[in-house]
Ligand binder design. Structure first.
Ligand code: 6R9
Length: 572
């Protein structure tokens, strides 16, 4: 089969550099860029902010922030001061110490970023929560992590069941006219009075830094812990994959509630001293193009669903904006369709570069580098210094063009170090021989390009967000009308997949459109809007194994009109 390729992007290095690096790349050398290589004093937030504030980048803009109400910018010097203040506030009023879990549940705003950095400066472990989470999702995460401090807003505090969270001692509210009583502290007021200087807590490279909850196909969401050492990979992937340079204006559209919004919305850009644009508010194609034009975005990192939505907004709209500043565009989170890449060539005259990685990997693992030819539909090649292979279920490496488990050899710098409170779960990711099993299936072609084939498990990727069917099913079962529930991802041209629920009703309930809407609202308000099933189908009974497990693969087969496969374990 003839595979189409697209020519290289004019990046800051060429294929020869890349090939050289590929042969000789050594993570030990890669560490030398950090100040701790000389001083021995480690802290991610110091490397990301303070170090630049003490250099020629002092007055360079670190953060451009814009939403419907605010339009602000902060230099590295100002970011240092504000994050120091945040650190002081957390220490003084929240007694935050090294290792404590500090959760942040609020929409994007400069205060969110000051808080993340301030908490990391204290050696705390930051848990960012997506603003769309509702009470059940918030409670699960605060409970499992035993968070001591929460930073949130007046709009969101109603979703935090404070009385049911004994470990939660202090709640900072970011808003105006905050009433200070019990655990509640007025964040902005304390920030206004706080000191600009802070004693940074120097940590060990293996100390915890960020805790991202993510979904699997079974069980509750799990806390994936990353340590300060991850900065090595954040820095070098920001250099090689994002290709960030001194004069770049970079925009990552992801929220810090998801791993892309921290690794590449905070750490990667700031470790490399890059000007970082952050926007709040809802997705609107006009606003996105306007953002690129107004800030003169040069490097843009987004996701297939967003590109597909822009695509469906039409090519005429693109022409209304001056997007000539763009030099490098990247994508992550779901398969990037060749069609979208072709559209990008047409309207931006630029390639869109796919990248593959996961919450658990902490940073890029596979990418299309600016200097290499792209094969549309392929995720690219492994990052230098990381061993990626396709293995069978026993961990044997498969030859080219054979589909199997996408696996990574244990030991890359930004690998997760723990599943919070769940060592068995952590161990279950690895096969003998040190292979980390991603849960994705793929094959590698003879040129070393990797082609995504699907998830091995039932995890749903909807609009680039990872949703565990179990979490949605559990919520559905809390509804009084529902006796049984099974949830699958149904292919969708824009969102990648949408969530479809099959439900069997309890006696006394009748299927109806109103009931569907009520169920949808129930999940939306109990869990999160993005986790609510867009489609619901009533069934008398759901297919189950004899041990009572819902057989999602049978539901999927029903949905897609496919053979259901081996039914020997199904009950009658
Ligand atoms: C960073 C992030 C991880 C899962 C992963 C895979 C899917 C990510 C992809 C991709 C096809 C790509 N995924 N990148 N699928 N092509 N370029 O997305 O982390 O939320 O943990 O999701 O996303 O299935 O296993 P996370």
């Amino acid at each position: 089969m003839k595979v189409e390729t697209l020519p290289v992007t004019q990046g800051s290095y060429n294929l020869k550099d890349y090939e050289e690096a590929y042969k000789s790349f050594d993570w030990k050398d890669a560490e030398k860029v950090f100040s701790w290589a000389e001083t021995g004093k480690v802290n991610m937030a110091y490397e990301a902010i303070d170090r630049h504030a003490e250099s020629f980048r002092k007055n360079k803009v670190a953060l451009f922030y814009r939403d419907e109400k605010r339009n602000e910018k902060y230099t590295f010097y100002e970011m240092k001061k504000w994050s120091n203040r945040a650190g002081n506030v957390l220490k003084e009023y929240g007694n935050v110490e090294k290792g404590d879990r500090v959760f942040i549940f609020m929409p994007r705003s400069p205060e969110l970023y000051f808080s993340v950095l301030g908490a990391i400066k204290l050696g705390a472990i930051v848990g960012p929560l997506f603003e769309a989470f509702m009470e059940g999702a918030v409670k699960d995460r605060l409970e499992d992590s035993e968070a001591k401090v929460l930073i949130t807003t007046p709009d969101l505090i109603g979703r935090v069941p404070v009385d049911e969270l004994p470990h939660l001692k202090t709640i900072f509210i970011v808003g105006s006219d905050v009433e200070e009583a019990g655990p509640f502290v007025d964040f902005n007021k304390k920030m206004a009075e706080a000191d600009n200087d802070l004693d940074i807590e120097w940590v060990d490279r293996e100390d915890g830094m960020i805790l991202h909850y993510t979904s699997g196909s079974t069980g509750r969401p799990k806390g994936v812990l990353h340590v300060h050492n991850a900065m090595i990979q954040h820095y070098h992937t920001a250099r090689w994959v994002l290709d960030l340079q001194e004069t770049d204006i970079y925009w990552c559209t992801a929220d810090p509630g998801w791993v892309t919004g921290t690794s590449y919305g905070i750490f990667g850009p700031w470790l490399t001293g890059t000007s970082n644009v952050i926007t709040g508010g809802r997705f609107k194609p006009e606003n996105w193009y306007q953002t690129i034009e107004d800030f003169g975005i040069t490097v843009w990192y987004s996701a297939p669903t967003a590109f597909r939505m822009l695509m469906s907004a039409g090519d005429e709209l693109v022409k209304k904006f001056d997007l000539s500043s763009l030099r490098h565009i990247l994508s992550v989170g779901e398969p990037l369709n060749p069609e979208v890449i072709r559209w990008g060539m047409k309207v931006f005259n630029k390639r869109i570069h796919d990248t593959w990685w996961m919450t658990e990997t902490g940073a890029h693992v596979i990418a299309n580098y600016p200097c290499m030819e792209i094969k549309p539909g392929s995720m690219g090649k492994p990052f230098p210094g990381i061993e990626v292979a396709i293995v069978d279920d026993q961990g044997n490496v498969l030859p080219p063009n054979r589909m199997g488990n996408l696996a990574i050899k244990k030991g890359w710098p930004s690998m997760m170090r723990q599943i919070w409170n769940n060592p068995e779960k952590y161990e279950s990711y690895f096969l003998p021989g040190g292979w980390y099993i991603s849960g994705d299936s793929a094959y590698m072609d003879e040129d070393g390009y990797i082609w995504f084939q699907g998830r091995v498990d039932d995890v749903i990727m909807t609009s680039g967000e990872r949703v565990g069917p179990f979490e949605v099913e559990s919520k559905l079962l809390e509804h009084p009308a529902i006796a049984e529930a099974g949830v699958i991802g149904k292919p969708d041209p824009v969102r990648g997949e949408i969530i479809k629920a099959f439900v069997a009703l309890n006696e006394g309930y009748e299927p109806s459109e109103e009931l569907k809407e009520e169920i949808r609202q129930f999940v939306k308000t109990g869990l999160a809007a993005h986790a609510a099933p867009r489609e619901i189908e009533f069934k008398d009974k759901l297919p189950k194994t004899r041990s009572g497990k819902i057989m999602r693969r049978v539901l999927k087969a029903w949905e897609l009109d496919l053979p259901a496969g081996d039914l020997s374990t199904m009950e009658d």
